[in-house]
Design a protein around this ligand. Structure first.
Ligand SMILES: O=C(O)CCC(=O)C(=O)O
Ligand SMILES: [Fe+2]
Length: 208
């Protein structure tokens, strides 16, 4: 896989323009091809563990809801740091253009193996989470299965995304229900969330 990555300002424009119009964007070839390849090699080395639902003591392993395996990104690791730096640029730009007040970004690698899925859900509920924008970046191409399906607020199908290395999806966390259909081929991605700074009942990031 190789492609020419645009200038930073073109990149930001390609993401921001559709996002501003519709609250979500699906952009192919959205991270540099060599970075994508390095992240893919990196995730293959990681110890991934079964993902849970909820946080802060309410963390549950719920295999009815999701079956992926995850590992949080760590800014001390050079390749992961590069990805986080790129997302920091996006954060800055989103704050300037859309006044979102994002202060922070958290992200994890995820692996969906054959049969793994994530049922339809929202990443945040108004007043119950600091997650503002959800991001998913795909690290490998899959022939079939594992599509991300995005719905609108009326539960109408908006977009079905076939994972492809370098594709980035960004959407408003509390607005778009979405699901991951059962994977056939093993599928690697980075799911991340930009957050803002309101504490809710004294906690910075309660369960979603
Ligand atoms: O991997 C995807 O396409 C979406 C994952 C997701 O919805 C999540 O981790 O919350
Ligand atoms: Fe999600």
């Amino acid at each position: 896989m190789s492609y020419q990555w645009p200038t930073l300002s073109d990149w930001l424009e390609q993401l921001a323009a559709p996002f501003y119009q519709q609250g979500y964007v699906v952009l192919e070839q959205a991270i540099p091809a060599d970075l994508c390849e390095a992240l893919y090699q990196d995730v293959l080395q990681q110890q991934l563990t079964a993902a849970g639902v909820g946080r802060h003591g309410q963390h549950q392993l719920d295999k009815q809801v999701r079956r992926d395996q995850t590992c949080w990104l760590d800014g001390d690791h050079p390749v992961q740091h590069q990805y986080l730096q790129l997302m920091a640029k996006l954060q800055q730009d989103m704050n300037q253009r859309c006044f979102l007040g994002l202060i922070d970004f958290e992200a994890h690698y995820a692996r969906y193996q054959q049969g793994d899925f994530y049922q339809k859900h929202l990443d945040a509920f108004i007043g119950r989470s600091n997650r503002v924008l959800s991001t998913v970046c795909y690290l490998n191409a899959v022939e079939q299965g594992g599509e991300l399906v995005l719905y609108d607020e009326q539960d109408q199908l908006l977009s079905k995304v076939q994972p492809k290395a370098g594709t980035l999806v960004v959407f408003e966390s509390c607005r778009f229900p979405h699901e991951v259909l059962p994977a056939s081929d093993t599928r690697y991605s980075i799911a991340g969330w930009f957050r803002h700074n309101s504490s809710i009942q004294g906690r910075i990031d309660p369960a979603v």
